[in-house]
Write a protein that binds this ligand. Structure first.
Ligand SMILES: *Cc1c(COP(=O)(O)O)cnc(C)c1O
Length: 400
């Protein structure tokens, strides 16, 4: 069993003022200097440990960043107001006009929309590729390519990226490998396989209580300093900075992430096996039938399982909608987007989070109409949950 990323969080020792067991919350947007010269030096980036202004950084944001860097095994990190804040700032920092991006074709809908509709304004263009086929990725590389972008476990189809192979390609062609690890915190540690930049939407599993947005970029001192640079950093200049109060609350939730991930994974595996046994088309990386199962297995920190996300195909859009409405009515979970909550959440990805992707492309990548995406909750009694879902499926003639 590998517990390393969770141990790295557990082993941090950060006290508050007056001996508090939690670090004090920094409740200031600006900071005093004892001398005018130190202020100037801080502007010039020559001082370490001095705070200037909270859009640059704050003590609370640094505490959370430190814990997330420890989890991901990177030199450092910086937190953002949302996952999209983190993603857009990384992409705009790394790319200039004329640059080219290779992205997985199955990614978070917001990221897809940003690359498809927004960055072309700056003449930054993206090829969307089946990232599980390394030959296709290599063939798409041009002299203008700057980076490869993917998710460890992709949204919403749960394709598994072969991080080692992609990192090797990136190295050969002098590209950056940027990885969104939102679906598999603790379970996969992308930097150990050679990812240059690791991003999370903290909104999902890491915070885990569906009460706030948040994001993080984990990477080298050099890259994070570039992002935070007062004169040229995307984090600093685009302004999607996390608030200190939120950093403190997310930090508190982070400390139980390992327990939650173990439970999410256990529950999801239980349901996936049951659904598959009933002949439903079930996608879950923990199933031997999943095309990425073997890669996941070789990349995972085994203690945390295969994660809490699974999809089933119930045959049609109408059946998917009817099932989701009935499951909500029976209080099995909520018909809602997002993930990582204590309750199970379900949505039809085609109509919701992937609605930015044109229908013809959705069909092409296997995003069929009857798909329901589940974020499996922390249910104490998953057998009871299963029986309730089974009854809903029976009632709607989804199961024979
Ligand atoms: C939700 C999500 C994002 C975007 O994060 P926000 O916090 O909503 O901005 C990015 N990537 C993935 C995989 C996500 O699930």
């Amino acid at each position: 069993m590998s517990f390393k990323p969770a141990n790295n969080i557990q082993d941090l020792q950060l006290f508050g003022e007056d001996g508090g067991v939690n670090p004090s919350i920094s409740d200031s947007s600006t900071y005093t200097f004892l001398s005018a010269k130190t202020m100037q030096d801080t502007f010039d980036g020559k001082t370490d440990g001095c705070y200037l202004y909270s859009r640059h950084t704050s003590p609370s944001n640094l505490n959370l960043s430190r814990a997330l860097a420890a989890m991901e095994g990177t030199e450092t990190a910086t937190v953002y107001a949302s996952g999209m804040g983190a993603i857009t700032s990384v992409l705009l920092q790394l790319c200039e006009a004329e640059d080219h991006i290779i992205s997985s074709r199955t990614i978070y809908g917001g990221t897809y929309a940003f690359l498809k509709n927004f960055t072309p304004k700056f003449n930054i263009n993206t090829s969307f590729i089946d990232i599980t086929n390394t030959d296709l990725v290599e063939a798409a590389i041009t002299s203008n390519t700057k980076l490869i972008y993917c998710e460890c476990v992709s949204n919403p189809l749960l394709e598994i990226a072969d991080l080692k192979a992609l990192a090797k390609l990136a190295k050969t062609y002098n590209l950056k490998l940027v990885v969104d690890n939102t679906f598999s915190p603790l379970s996969i540690t992308p930097a150990t396989f050679g990812a240059d930049v690791v991003i999370h939407s903290l909104t999902k599993f890491i915070n885990g209580s569906s009460d706030t947005l948040g994001g993080v970029v984990c990477g080298t001192f050099d890259f994070i300093n570039q992002l935070k640079d007062v004169n040229s950093g995307a984090a600093m200049l685009l302004g999607s900075t996390m608030d200190s109060m939120r950093a403190a609350s997310i930090f508190k939730n982070l400390k139980t992430l390992h327990l939650r991930m173990i439970q999410h994974s256990k529950n999801a595996l239980y349901l996936a096996e049951k659904f598959e046994a009933h002949g439903l088309k079930t996608i879950y990386p923990g199933l031997a039938s999943h095309p990425g199962h073997h890669i996941y297995k070789t990349q995972m920190n085994t203690a945390f399982g295969y994660g809490g996300m699974l999809t089933i195909d119930v045959g049609s859009f109408e059946k998917a909608n009817a099932l989701m409405e009935l499951m909500q009515h029976k209080n099995i979970g909520y018909l809602a987007v997002s993930l990582g909550f204590y309750k199970t959440l379900f949505s039809a990805p085609g109509s919701s989070t992937s609605s930015e992707i044109p229908i013809s492309e959705q069909e092409d990548m296997g995003l069929t109409n009857g798909i329901i995406r589940f974020s499996i909750g922390l249910d104490a009694d998953i057998e009871r949950t299963y029986k309730m879902i089974y009854n809903c499926m029976k009632e709607l003639h989804i199961l024979k």
